[in-house]
Design a protein around this ligand. Structure first.
Ligand code: ATP
Ligand code: ZN
Length: 645
């Protein structure tokens, strides 16, 4: 029961919730039942069938409608007198600027990606509004409190980059099922059904035109008068047969590896289907088209044989061309798109079969492709409850009682919920402490465009960047720019740094600013001639605050006698981005002694290696491994030459 004081803080609060998904639904309900009366919700999504098992404010009839609006309506049914204002929008929209945020007492995040979280963190810092951040992954979860100047911000501890795979592993030498999934999803699916202009590492030459670069024929194009069945077989033979033969011709690659087996459609025993596509399926909703249904494959947990995978591959490809033709050219893989999942599962399994990698069921493949750690409704409920508890403390400015709380899968010291004291702000954080960063880059080779894409957007998470050297503006975006400025900036994008109107060379300090996030950052440029293409594929290295963290980590580990081995494992939190699982470092181990465990049963130890010990839980460790972010990085030139798929 809330005290009088708490009730008055609750009643006077104006709360912004970002995200009305798994955590968000629970949170909105708990806020309403706890007495909150003025709640705004931003969510950009519409409701999907797959949300219904845990996002209990939604019903089948709501599928396709705005999450924020339906969540509002559902809660108003049992708390009609409170005010809930929904926005069906992306929190990164310019409307949600710092001034917009200033009207709120506190912001509560129930998001599922790093990008949006970083953006909200910056808005909150600029607006001076406290942020309660939360995330769950399966049985694990955490709630953290971020108050400017009092506790660390969401970005005080750099998040490790998502797991990447060298392109050559994906295109030429896969050794794990996840490599086959990445190939099927990011290369083959993208090539066949996505934007044709996108760069793609799949070789586009046909066998007939293999040696003549002038006569490159796009084998992935459906020829005039070619029926989809024929087309599918041709693609099959090209990617699983011909390309593997070409790969095999490079003997060096296979000296220490198992040689893959080319698979042609004629080698696969295909059971003829009778009338796979009838009129009923042709007239049904394209989004519910399924190769499994037309082929009579019922159980998504079954591991299909090579022949079954081949049938699903051909059938799914055919269904895309016959029933979803309009979408072709614009599709990107979506784990909620049944036909896409079927296609990717089948393609990954056929490739796995070539490389003697164990095959997997559609259920498992979907998990790997969509980086799914299956959500647990109870974890979301617990975390939402903890968010409300921290929110009430924030509203009362009860700083000394703020806690960041981890929800564990297995009791540690008889506890499933681990509250720990929050950190102070990291003085070296470029987001909340404005510490300058350093960038090693070849200023004679790297273009401004690369710098913006790889550093300013990808690493610094800026949305609408402005780049300045001394008093010269080198780049900015905005609707109100003069035409000649737009042309100047466009021209600058293709110039190497040293040839910009105000040349950027070793020793230059560049100022990078995001006007929406109200964040400014200075970057010391260090010219470097060469980069290792495998280890440093971006051709530029950003350092400063990340390095400091690594040093701190080592120091703290030594002081605590903590091992840096797997025994002190990170806490996996929220599935970041639709395509990424981020594994955060154990906050505790990064700063060792500073953060105290509040576990009364055993408070002697300040080493928080208890947080998660994955070695005790092989199933979970494996799930996380399978769900690693799947992003490719370019390999070296040598491997590029050998690339054949
Ligand atoms: N930039 C953003 N702006 C607004 N809402 C966002 C943004 N990014 C993510 N969200 C919302 O955050 C919510 C996160 O909820 P949750 O983690 O349960 O994901 P989900 O998409 O509902 O479910 P799942 O990914 O498991 O299918 C989603 O409803 C999503 O729309
Ligand atoms: Zn910070």
């Amino acid at each position: 029961m809330a005290s009088e004081q708490q009730l008055s803080a609750i009643k006077g609060a104006k709360v912004l919730m970002v995200g009305a998904g798994g955590i968000g639904c629970e949170l909105l309900k708990t806020l309403a039942l706890s007495g909150f009366q003025d709640i705004h919700i931003i969510d950009m999504d519409t409701i999907e069938v797959s949300n219904l098992n845990r996002q209990f404010l939604f019903r089948q009839s709501h599928v396709g409608q705005s999450k924020a609006k339906v969540a509002r309506d559902a809660v108003l049914k049992f708390r009609p007198s409170i005010s809930i204002f929904p926005y069906h929008a992306n929190v990164k929209d310019p409307d949600f600027n710092v001034d917009f945020l200033k009207q709120f007492s506190v912001v509560l995040n129930g998001l599922d990606n790093l990008d949006a979280r970083r953006h909200v963190n910056r808005l909150c810092l600029a607006a001076g509004v406290p942020l309660v951040e939360s995330g769950t992954t399966g049985f694990l979860g955490q709630v953290t409190v971020h108050v400017k100047g009092k506790t660390e911000c969401y970005e005080c501890q750099p998040k490790p980059a998502p797991k990447t795979y060298p392109v050559c592993t994906i295109t030429s030498t896969p050794s794990k099922f996840v490599h086959c999934i990445v190939w099927a999803k990011d290369l083959l699916f993208a090539k066949l059904f996505g934007d044709k202009n996108q760069e793609n590492d799949l070789n586009v030459r046909s066998s007939n035109a293999s040696s003549s670069s002038d006569n490159v024929e796009d084998v992935f194009k459906c020829k005039k008068d070619e029926d989809t069945e024929e087309y599918g077989r041709r693609i099959f033979d090209h990617v699983f047969g011909y390309n593997i033969e070409v790969a095999l011709s490079n003997e060096d690659t296979w000296k220490n590896r198992i040689r893959p087996r080319p698979i042609y459609i004629r080698d696969v025993e295909l059971i003829q289907q009778n009338g796979t596509l009838d009129k009923t399926s042709a007239s049904c909703d394209p989004s519910s088209v399924s190769a499994m249904t037309t082929l009579g494959l019922k159980n998504p947990q079954d591991v299909w044989s090579l022949a079954e995978n081949s049938r699903v591959f051909l059938e799914a490809l055919k269904l895309f061309f016959l029933l979803r033709e309009k979408e072709i050219g614009n599709l990107s893989f979506d784990k909620d798109d049944q036909l896409a999942v079927e296609f990717v599962t089948a393609a990954a399994n056929i490739r796995a079969s070539s490389f003697e990698i164990p095959l997997h069921s559609l259920f498992k493949a979907k998990g790997v492709a969509g980086n799914i750690v299956h959500a647990v409704a109870t974890t979301n409920a617990i975390i939402a409850g903890l968010v409300v508890i921290e929110t009430i403390k924030v509203l009362q400015n009860d700083v000394k009682n703020y806690r960041m709380t981890y929800c564990l899968e297995h009791p540690s010291r008889k506890m499933l919920l681990m509250p720990v004291e929050p950190f102070e702000p990291n003085k070296l954080c470029y987001v909340c402490s404005e510490t300058p960063l350093s960038l090693e880059i070849n200023t004679n080779h790297s273009k401004l465009r690369d710098f913006i894409e790889k550093i300013v957007k990808a690493k610094l998470g800026m949305n609408l960047p402005l780049i300045m050297h001394k008093s010269t503006l080198l780049y900015e975006v905005g609707d109100d720019l003069e035409e000649d400025m737009v042309a100047n900036y466009a021209a600058n994008l293709d110039k190497v740094l040293a040839q910009l109107p105000s040349p950027v060379t070793g020793g230059t300090i560049l100022t990078v600013e995001d006007l929406q996030q109200e964040l400014t950052c200075n970057i010391n440029i260090k010219h470097r001639e060469e980069f290792d293409e495998v280890k440093e594929p971006d051709g530029m290295i950003l350092s400063g605050w990340t390095q400091v963290l690594a040093e701190k980590y080592n120091e703290a580990s030594k002081e605590n006698g903590a091992s840096t081995s797997n025994s002190s494992q990170p806490v996996p939190v929220e599935a970041e981005d639709d395509d990424e699982i981020q594994i955060l470092p154990a906050f505790s181990s990064a700063v060792g002694k500073k953060r105290k465990s509040l576990d009364s049963a055993d408070s002697a130890s300040s080493d928080l290696s208890f947080v998660t010990d994955e070695s005790r839980n092989p199933r979970k460790a494996k799930e996380c491994d399978d769900s690693e972010a799947i992003i490719m990085v370019d390999g070296n030139e040598e491997s590029k030459k050998k690339r054949v798929q």
